[in-house]
Design a protein around this ligand. Structure first.
Ligand SMILES: [Zn+2]
Length: 231
């Protein structure tokens, strides 16, 4: 058993046996890892208070030669989001949990960046911007300045379209209209924390995100929930 330690975010907790938890973490240098937290559900377990989502954690664990590592110690550091944005933050972690799989070396920095986008913005724009950033980092979306099919520039006054989770021009087949104002709004909200979108544009943006996820077979209902119950 090797001793390991790393900064990490908690993604999921799954009850195991009578008193333990299986925990999924996204760690800075070891990527996504799964660790057994023995006795973590006991009333007096030191893990109880420290295994919190949306906090920066520092983990110590023993890695198994085969099978799951065992959590030895967790230090809980600062909260990464305000209390009011906790539900949005959990929703974001549910998406992170689907994007980065066990053994994936990536994800920690991308998730930190996304959490900062959410922290700095109004909740509606922030959650959209955070999801958009993750999709961008995953290589699932491009920028809104050109058609993703043919590469033609998206002129400032011209409608573009959303089809199967991709931005395309009229010549490439059309789809749901993505008006210039919506593209400007999205680009603005990604760049700057104080940009607000109309309710309609924010809903359309959210729908674009949902359609990208659907194209990639990611079920994401946009429902907040405690990490224990994330499928
Ligand atoms: Zn095109």
């Amino acid at each position: 058993m090797a001793d390991c330690s790393d900064a990490a975010l908690l993604l999921r907790r799954i009850p195991y046996g009578d008193t333990s938890l299986i925990c999924h973490f996204l760690s800075e240098h070891h990527g996504r890892i799964t660790l057994m937290a023995r006795g973590a559900r006991r009333a007096r377990s030191p893990f109880r208070a420290s295994l919190a989502p949306l906090h920066r954690l520092h983990l110590h664990w023993k890695s198994g030669r085969s099978g799951m590592g065992v959590l030895v110690d967790v230090q809980r550091h600062e909260r990464l989001l305000s209390e009011e944005k906790s539900l949005a933050g959990l929703e974001l972690l549910a998406l992170v949990s689907r994007l980065y799989q066990e053994g994936d070396p990536e994800g920690y920095e991308q998730t930190q960046q996304s959490l900062r986008l959410l922290a700095d913005r109004a909740e509606r724009e922030g959650l959209n911007a955070a999801c958009w950033h993750l999709l961008h980092m995953a290589g699932w979306i491009g920028d809104l300045g050109h058609c993703w099919m043919c590469g033609e520039p998206a002129d400032a006054g011209v409608d573009m379209f959303w089809r199967q989770g991709q931005l395309c021009c009229a010549g490439c087949g059309g789809g749901t209209i993505i008006a210039p104002g919506l593209r400007r709004g999205i680009e603005g909200a990604m760049r700057q924390a104080n940009v607000r979108l109309s309710g309609r544009d924010a809903a359309d943006w959210r729908q674009m995100i949902g359609l990208v996820l659907r194209e990639h077979g990611v079920r994401f209902h946009g429902q907040s929930g405690s990490p224990e119950y994330q499928g």
